[in-house]
Design a protein around this ligand. Structure first.
Ligand code: ASP
Length: 437
């Protein structure tokens, strides 16, 4: 029998009505054996995520502020779910214990993780599945780094004895037993880890959108839905700002080539988007997605004979590294080299950096362009299809958009253009419309 791991996000589990929908989805397919829940998120009734309330509670306790408003809200969210679903779990005593632990000095990760922990208990009760505390099976090392080997061993063994289980997302534990969370949105990562541990046939990621769009629908209103995207394409797109899954959720499933299916809890009949290892025999359009971000700085350095000067690039990068700034891209030509940096990381250091470059690299000129937006057009098939770049640049020329920088990533599956911040939205729309066939 096939095995599916189903992870449900916060909006999918925000209240009893949503959880009832989720039960229907799970029961509709016997392959959905391992369930990874988030904490209750926002819904029509609630405008705040339980995780945020838990961070607030811990913060108030730590500062000596009045913490009761946070505690009461958290309490009532879980009691409402319990009562409306007619459950037996003694969630009241769990909640009281959490408050006691926090008053006794338990830290912020412990606090934040309790939303998943409590929701997991209630959902396990409602489904009639075994509840596994993630602290027992998702393991971090003593420096707080996720311990892949130890986790796979313990988790695979534990789940091999269970037909069904609920494993709360977002957290695990360190060797000393203390709770450690992944970064925000980390239940996606837990879902991927559980999928790898049971060698799932499919990792279903249930959320509140019907999959992945060719461009952010908040920017491109009529953005086209993407049927499938490869792991690598998704990574390139996430890096450039596309938010679908937590970035780290690809690594655990990558190893075993487990596909991920992003689906909508509120529209379970739509197939969503498949995130797959590779595309074979694919004859669709060359571009899969477009993503971008504003606020970059380009340092453009010109020097005659740069190409034959040994160590030039290294010297330039050393000037930037000195200020603790990582570089994003580095397109170059025979006598010029551009370094693209994030504005937020450059802060006020730009003049000092330029001075350093003048001093150590003796260039002919250094030009700075600030307030740039970068837009990546990503597609695995781009490498083999003729005319993609031409179509892209024609679309931008037609929209009267001036391109300040072009970089074709060495993976040959993306073309990055830099435009003025104020042209960002128009650029996204123009590229989308050129390729959304
Ligand atoms: N509840 C956590 C958060 O809000 C983790 C998650 O939902 O994935 O970030």
């Amino acid at each position: 029998m096939k095995i599916k791991v189903a992870k449900f996000g916060g909006t999918s589990l925000a209240d009893a009505i949503q959880i009832a929908k989720v039960k229907k989805i799970i029961m509709a397919d016997p392959a959905r054996r391992y369930i990874v829940p988030s904490a209750p998120g926002k819904s029509a009734i609630y405008d705040v995520k339980v995780t945020d309330l838990l961070y607030g509670l811990e913060n108030a306790i730590e500062k000596g502020d009045d913490y009761l408003p946070f505690y009461r809200q958290i309490y009532s969210r879980f009691i409402d779910i319990k009562q409306q679903l007619g459950l037996e779990t003694n969630i009241e005593s769990e909640l009281e214990k959490i408050l006691r632990d926090l008053l006794n000095g338990e830290g912020v990760d412990y606090a934040a993780s309790r939303g998943e922990y409590l929701n997991g208990m209630l959902i396990a009760d409602y489904l009639g599945y075994t509840f596994i505390d993630a602290a027992e099976v998702i393991l971090f090392d003593k420096r707080g780094k996720y311990d892949e080997k130890a986790t796979e061993r313990v988790l695979s063994d534990r789940l091999s004895h269970l037909e069904h289980a609920v494993i709360p997302g977002f957290y695990g534990s360190m060797p000393n037993g203390s709770i450690k969370t992944f970064s925000r949105g980390g239940s996606d990562v837990t879902g991927a880890i559980v999928s790898a541990a049971v060698r799932a046939d499919l990792y279903e990621n249930w959320t509140d959108v019907s999959g992945f769009y060719m461009a952010d629908p908040r920017i491109v209103k009529h953005a086209k839905k993407v049927e499938s995207v490869t792991y690598r394409e998704l990574r390139e797109l996430s890096y450039m700002g596309a938010a679908v899954l937590h970035e780290d959720s690809i690594f655990p499933v990558y190893k075993y080539a487990i596909p991920i299916n992003v689906r909508n809890t509120n529209e379970p009949e739509t197939p969503g988007t498949m995130i797959i290892p590779t595309i074979e025999n694919y004859d669709g359009p060359p571009v899969t997605g477009i993503a971008g971000k504003k606020n970059f700085t380009i340092i453009s350095i010109e020097k005659n004979g740069m190409n034959s000067e040994l160590g030039f690039g290294r010297k330039v990068l050393a000037c930037i590294e000195k200020y603790g700034i990582p570089f994003e891209h580095m397109p170059s030509s025979i006598d010029t080299l551009c370094v693209v940096l994030e504005d937020a990381k450059v802060k006020d250091n730009i003049n000092d950096i330029v001075d350093d470059i003048h001093r150590t690299c003796e260039p002919d000129s250094v030009e700075i362009v600030r307030n740039l937006a970068l837009i990546a057009t990503v597609g695995k098939r781009m490498r083999e299809s003729i005319g993609t770049a031409a179509a892209l640049f024609t679309a931008l020329a037609k929209a009267n958009i001036n391109i300040r920088m072009i970089d074709q990533g060495s993976s040959e599956m993306n073309i990055i253009v830099g435009v003025k911040n104020e042209d960002f939205e128009r650029t996204m729309n123009a590229i989308h419309d050129a390729f959304a066939l």
